[in-house]
Ligand binder design. Structure first.
Ligand code: ADP
Length: 750
């Protein structure tokens, strides 16, 4: 009976298969030409209804009709032709349903071509590239998605085609057949359970009855036994499917709840991201505003300090002048002293604030100077030993390891750091001593400034580095702006170093500064610390130097620096006069300012070279960056010097470009003054005082210079004109000019 059973089963499935194929054929061969379905075949999930009633309806109708005929209810002809009848039904119903539904269930959303000018489009999930027909726009992922990723996605909830899911479709379909009251009950948990139970058990009943009808039985009792067995199987299946359906409904519900929760969390997360973006934007704007405000503050500070400094110079100058005036009664002299000290305090404050604002605004340029570190330390030690001794304090200097000849660092800033620490140590120590030590190992220098002074309590340690913080102890009145350590720390940090402090109240403090000072082995001409020997002239014929600068004071300084050494100086302030002067005088060297009205130094240089003047030209500029001016054009100049001009660097450069052999003074020889050029008639104090002042000016110790000048004036050891001039220059930080003034009168050919 196996063959018969097979024949029966295949005959039965054949009807379903033919109904399916018939519907497909009808759809493609009849519906399309008739225009009942769209001309192209859509296959992407994102564009399709889950159930298309045309195919599904035609197939179900054809299957039902075919099976009915197959059972023989409609006679033996119908039974014999059941497959053909199923095929004919499918071919007839498919166009009918398509016509009835207006073909609207073929595509769930209008076809919009992907706007791209490229051959392949990338999927936003798998990131593979596909032809435009294989991708579609996805509103959930907000990008183009390929068919495969779209088909596999389970969390999108078909947001791209609302109403096209099978649940909505079934609901819509049932809504037309079943009253609303029943429909809402069906949509409950129990409704779902019962529907599922009826569907599954209906299907099993169908299958069991098929088995019953298609099983050949020989006798009546056999048929009864079969029927009882199948009924028993059915009821057992009802119990099993009942439990399974209930579990399924519960699992489905918890899945729905979990999905809803996950959607809710995703939405909250998305909202948070949007909120973060807004906050970020607000933060960015606030930061920009703060930066703009900071920039405005810095500009304001720079402007106001400039405005304050000029009248302050006048106040200070006159206060000093009047302090020395014997016609001023003594009780007014005291008041003048107060005015002077207050003026000095204000000047310090302005300098400090300017430095801080410069550092904070990132406008502080660090220079890479080559510094003779040993010489620098010697100068500082000499200076501060003197100050310490004046106060009755001991001063020690240790340097346990050998120092390299030269190191690379910003000399001015390094000095500023050490001067701040050393002057604090001396200022805040009344008995005992101050020691300075330098340990140089593996390119790192560790400066330690130790004192046995009043110390700082642990609670105040961090405070002292803040601006305007001064630790006041009752009964002591020390003058200080409270900016020194703030600047010291900022400078150390921007130089890539580190500062630390240890202190015990009443026992003293130790400040340590570590800086990377890379050593330089070969002495290069850019060394700016004082050369070991002093130059007083050069071998060979007299050289002519043409000095071009619109600033008269600069011309005076350079003239004062060079003419004592035997140079013949011609200076002009107008850039337009350079060419005729050069043609007329044929100088050996031109020192050319960069920024001048009318024509810049670079333009003058170009014209000089264009007219075939080949003498060396050294550019002089206040802008450290302008040296990069002619990076990509051919280099026409022979040297570049930054203002304020340092004598040693100027001489090094001149010596190099003119190939000079310098004449050096024997350093031990006593010096006598020779009056020089513009400054020749300035009455000078005795040599030891000038040496002291020169030492102070060399290390840039403004306060020290002012005090020394004040002392000289009070003791009557220097002429008023001299102290006044030097005070002015000190206040303008013109240390090089001061050195020039003092040096030209010190040196004498040996
Ligand atoms: P000031 O101009 O007041 O010296 P600083 O910023 O240099 O400003 O120092 C801030 C404060 O730190 C000082 O007012 C002082 O109280 C304290 N201080 C600094 N150095 C020392 C030191 N070596 N010993 C004791 N206290 C110190």
């Amino acid at each position: 009976g196996v063959y018969r059973a097979l024949e029966e089963t295949l005959g039965f499935y054949g009807i379903i298969a033919i109904a399916w194929v018939g519907s497909l054929v009808a759809d493609l061969v009849i519906n399309k030409p008739l225009g009942l379905s769209p001309p192209h075949i859509e296959f992407k999930r994102a564009h399709l209804y889950d159930i298309n009633p045309v195919g599904v309806g035609a197939m179900i109708t054809a299957s039902v009709v075919g099976i009915t005929c197959h059972t023989g209810i409609l006679g033996s002809y119908a039974e014999a032709l059941s497959h053909f009848i199923a095929l004919a039904t499918a071919l007839a119903t498919a166009p009918l349903i398509a016509w009835r539904t207006d073909g609207r269930f073929y595509t769930a959303r209008p076809f919009t071509p992907i706007a791209t000018d490229q051959e392949l489009v990338q999927c936003c999930i798998c990131e593979h590239r596909f032809e435009p027909e294989d991708v579609t726009g996805c509103p959930v992922y907000e990008g183009t998605i390929c068919s495969l990723c779209c088909s596999l996605d389970a969390r999108c909830g078909d947001a791209c085609k609302p109403g096209a899911g099978y649940r909505e479709q079934l609901q819509q379909f049932l809504g037309k057949l079943v009253p609303d009251a029943i429909l809402s009950r069906l949509h409950s948990r129990l409704g779902h359970f019962l529907t599922l139970l009826v569907l599954i058990n209906g299907l099993s009943a169908l299958l069991l009855s098929l088995i019953y009808f298609k099983t050949p039985v020989a006798s009546e009792p056999e048929a009864l036994l079969l029927s009882i067995t199948l009924w028993k199987v059915f009821f057992i299946l009802v119990i099993v499917t009942g439990i399974v359906c209930w579990l399924f409904v519960l699992a489905h519900e918890s899945r729905v709840v979990a999905e809803e929760e996950s959607f809710r969390q995703t939405r909250l997360l998305t909202e948070e991201i949007v909120a973060h973006e807004r906050t970020d934007l607000a933060l960015q704007q606030a930061k920009e505003q703060a930066e703009a405000a900071n920039g405005a503050k810095s500009r304001y500070l720079t402007g106001i300090s400039h405005e304050l400094r000029s009248p302050l110079n006048a106040i200070l100058g006159y206060a000093q002048l009047m302090e020395n005036d014997e016609t001023v009664p003594p009780h007014r002299q005291e008041a003048l002293g107060v005015i002077r000290r207050s003026g000095e305090y204000l000047a310090d404050l302005i300098e400090g604030l300017l430095d801080i604002s410069k550092i904070e605004a990132g406008r502080l340029d660090l220079h890479r100077d080559q510094v003779r570190i040993e010489l620098l330390m010697e100068q500082l030690v000499t200076m501060f030993r003197l100050q310490a001794e004046e106060k009755g304090l001991a001063f020690d200097y240790h340097c346990p390891y050998p120092l390299p000849e030269m190191v690379t660092t910003d000399e001015k800033r390094l000095r500023q750091i050490l001067i701040n620490l050393l002057s604090n140590a001396i200022k805040y120590t009344d008995k005992g001593g101050v020691s300075l030590s330098l340990r140089y190992r593996s390119q790192v220098a560790e400066f330690t400034v130790q004192d046995t002074g009043e110390g700082i309590s642990p609670t105040n340690i961090e405070r002292i580095f803040r601006p305007f913080e001064r630790i006041r102890t009752p009964g002591q009145s020390r003058i200080g702006t409270g900016l020194g350590l703030t600047i010291t720390r900022l400078l150390t940090e921007i130089m890539g170093g580190d500062i630390s402090v240890e202190s015990k109240l009443g026992q003293g403090s130790t400040f340590k500064v570590s800086l990377m000072l890379s050593s330089v082995h070969s002495a290069s001409p850019r060394s700016i610390s004082a050369p070991a020997k002093r130059i007083y002239g050069y071998h060979g014929s007299r050289r002519k130097v043409l000095l071009v600068d619109d600033d008269q004071s600069h011309r005076q300084v350079v003239r004062a620096m060079l003419s004592p050494l035997g140079f013949e100086i011609t200076d002009i302030g107008n850039a337009l006069e350079v060419l005729p002067t050069v043609a007329d005088q044929r100088p050996d060297l031109v020192l050319l300012d960069v920024s001048m009205p009318g024509q810049t130094g670079w333009e003058v240089l170009q014209r000089l070279r264009a007219e075939k003047h080949g003498m060396p030209v050294v550019m002089v500029s206040a802008d450290a960056n302008e040296g990069q001016h002619a990076k990509d054009s051919p280099r026409l100049h022979d040297g570049y010097i930054i203002k304020p001009v340092r004598l040693n660097l100027l001489l090094d450069t001149i010596g190099q470009v003119l190939n000079l052999e310098w004449r050096f003074k024997k350093s031990a020889e006593p010096l006598a003054a020779i009056p020089v050029s513009d400054n020749g008639d300035l009455p000078l104090p005795a040599l030891p005082h000038r040496l002291e002042l020169a030492d102070l000016a060399r290390i840039g110790h403004r306060k020290g210079l002012l005090e020394a000048l004040h002392g000289l004036k009070h003791r009557g050891e220097a002429a008023e004109q001299f102290t006044l001039e030097l005070t002015q220059l000190t206040n303008d930080f013109q240390f090089e000019k001061i050195l020039a003034l003092l040096e030209v009168t010190e040196d004498e050919p040996s």
